[in-house]
Ligand binder design. Structure first.
Ligand SMILES: [Ca+2]
Length: 387
């Protein structure tokens, strides 16, 4: 009999026990002969809760591996037969070790714990925040080109003004393993954003009157938010953009991300930074292929769109729509805390939330706690108590 504290040795035993972790060691089922060193009865005394005794037993079962867990003096529970588990595509990336509480273990063992309760528990444990009804995205189709995917859950906790703390957790789809976590202060994805949009006048691509088509594409974005709100019965769109558009001479934007050029344009047009939330530069230079990025320019949050599709000739309405989607759905979302792998895809996989860049609930745009109010404007978001 071996007595140890909970970490780190128990982590190995836990890896053997949990379904989401079976593929961590190998993408094949383990044979008992490979795990001889771990066979036997392991007794652990935990430090949290203090002094709780838990027994893990691992044994050979017809050449496979079986495991059981006994909590305190309760009858042992052979709840997982490791030999029958299938490797999980989603768990190929090595997850962090789980450190479940005593109650988690006992409720897991008795089958009482829902996925929602597990996710909620992770928020408590990793961030010290109570999120009783978390917003989760868990779609088996959401995998990257290596076949890796996960459950994503986010919670926007609004601060004063227009920022929010966004808590993000990636979990294995069974909710048992933490893959990644982050917490950041971001622009809250809500309200009207005042955009100063500067279109660089490369006539070969944007033509001599670019604003006629650009404004249609901008309107389309606002219509998408309006339609989303209408479909869910909201009284008004959660997100809208007001745009002040300027066309500038390409000579002023010979280099990209040129703060001086933007400052000069603003001065020439008597524009004040205080009147804008976002400065946007659309620079479809036929001589330069480049992507887009979100950042900061002239003291404002910025969105810069380069010639990401290598256009050489006049843009079509469809091209302008693509530029607007890049600017207002994708790069704006960077300011809202969005990360590409919230909803991983490979190539052109469509998951049903388009034209949005990710599942709307991950921006708080849907009601997940059942009170009819989308979480981003809910004063008791995610089932939290009023505070
Ligand atoms: Ca709600």
């Amino acid at each position: 009999m071996i007595r140890q504290s909970w970490r780190p040795t128990v982590a190995l035993a836990v890896l053997l026990l949990l379904p989401g972790a079976t593929a961590v060691a190998q993408s094949v089922l383990p044979k008992s002969s490979e795990l001889v060193a771990f066979m036997g009865r392991w007794v652990f005394t935990t430090t949290n809760p203090q002094g709780s005794q838990q027994t893990v037993r691992i044994w050979d079962k017809s050449g496979g591996v079986a495991a059981g867990l006994q909590i305190g003096k309760l009858p042992p529970n052979d709840m997982l037969n490791v030999g029958r588990l299938q490797p999980s595509r989603s768990a190929r990336r090595v997850p962090a070790f789980i450190s479940p509480s005593y109650s988690t273990w006992s409720r897991l063992a008795s089958g009482q714990l829902s996925l929602e309760a597990l996710v909620s528990g992770w928020y408590e444990r990793e961030f010290g925040e109570t999120i009783p009804r978390p917003a989760t995205f868990d779609d088996d189709r959401a995998v990257d080109c290596r076949g890796d995917g996960h459950l994503t859950t986010t919670a926007f906790l609004r601060n004063r003004g227009r920022t929010a703390d966004v808590l993000v957790l990636y979990l294995t789809r069974d909710g048992l393993n933490l893959v990644k976590k982050s917490r950041a202060t971001v622009l809250v994805p809500l309200g009207t954003f005042r955009v100063l949009s500067i279109v660089v006048g490369h006539t070969a691509t944007v033509g001599s009157e670019p604003l006629s088509k650009w404004q249609l594409a901008q309107d389309e974005v606002n219509q998408q938010h309006a339609e989303f709100a209408r479909n869910r019965g909201y009284v008004s769109p959660l997100v809208a953009f007001t745009n002040r558009n300027l066309v500038v001479d390409p000579g002023q934007f010979a280099t990209t991300d040129n703060s001086d050029a933007i400052a000069a344009v603003m001065e020439a047009h008597h524009l004040s930074r205080a009147d804008y939330d976002i400065v946007m530069v659309i620079n479809i230079d036929p001589a330069r292929s480049e992507g887009g990025r979100a950042g900061a320019l002239v003291g404002l949050r910025s969105v810069y769109v380069g010639n990401f599709a290598h256009w050489r000739t006049a843009l079509s309405a469809r091209d302008w729509s693509g530029i607007a989607r890049t600017a207002y759905q994708q790069l704006m979302a960077d300011h809202w805390g969005w990360q590409t792998d919230w909803t991983p895809t490979c190539g052109g996989t469509r998951l049903g939330y388009e034209p949005f860049i990710t599942a709307p609930r991950l921006f708080g745009w849907e009601d997940v706690d059942g009170d009819g109010v989308p979480e981003i404007i809910d004063d008791t978001p995610y089932g939290r108590s009023r505070y």
